[in-house]
Design a protein around this ligand. Structure first.
Ligand code: GRF
Length: 204
């Protein structure tokens, strides 16, 4: 195991299958990143169970406890920093962070989205993909900026839409892809291999 690994906080709201993929990848001795905390905006989610099983600290920052998006965001950033995290990894996190998070973690907030951005941003990407009738979709890993599902794209890969797909079958195939690519991108981030130049991300 490297002497010092890049400390990350993983932000979740639900099942946490991407979290699990990162936990599993981080078991490899050469993996560059270490999850120091898992932060959820709601209690009793499976992602927190996954963290506990892996011996990783879990924190709940309930959205309803805060008067504003800024206050909620500040509490998320505080929790991450308390555990020494240097980056925020959004993995099925269903809240939009306020811009103050980007000031505190510049080019160090990453999200995964189940579509080929800039197509189909938002919370119902897979449903809208099917409704639109496109034949190719995929997954996008991107840095987070002030706009939703908009920041510089780090990596994308395509998935073919099948004629008999429904939302569940298509999302399952996209997630299979997500579980392979997200840990790889985070490893690259942890190695300092991602350089942002405007809207472009260069892999060194
Ligand atoms: C993923 O499909 C991701 O692209 C989207 O939310 C889903 C989270 O799934 N942002 P999980 O909680 O990682 O299982």
């Amino acid at each position: 195991m490297p002497v010092s690994r890049y400390p990350i906080a993983v932000l979740v709201s639900g099942s946490g299958s991407n979290l699990q993929a990162i936990i599993d990848a981080a078991e490899h001795p050469d993996y560059s990143a270490e999850i120091v905390v898992v932060i959820s905006d709601r209690p009793d989610v499976k992602a927190l169970d996954r963290a506990a099983t892996a011996g990783i600290a879990g924190e709940v920052v309930p959205w309803d406890n805060y008067d504003s998006r800024d206050d909620f965001t500040a509490a998320i950033c505080d929790a991450a920093e308390r555990h020494g995290a240097e980056a925020l990894i959004l993995a099925g996190f269903m809240r939009v962070l306020a811009p103050i998070a980007i000031d505190r973690f510049p080019n160090r907030i990453v999200n995964i989205h189940p579509a080929l951005l800039p197509a189909f941003p938002g919370a119902h990407a897979v449903r809208e993909t099917l409704a639109h009738g496109v034949s190719v979709t995929g997954a996008t890993v991107h840095f987070v900026d002030e706009k939703v599902d908009h920041g510089p794209i780090i990596y994308q890969e395509a998935v073919r839409v099948l004629s008999d797909d429904d939302e569940a079958t298509l999302h399952a195939r996209i997630q299979e892809l997500e579980h392979r690519i997200y840990p790889e991108v985070i490893d690259a981030l942890g190695r300092g291999a991602l350089v942002v130049e405007g809207r472009k991300v260069i892999w060194r």
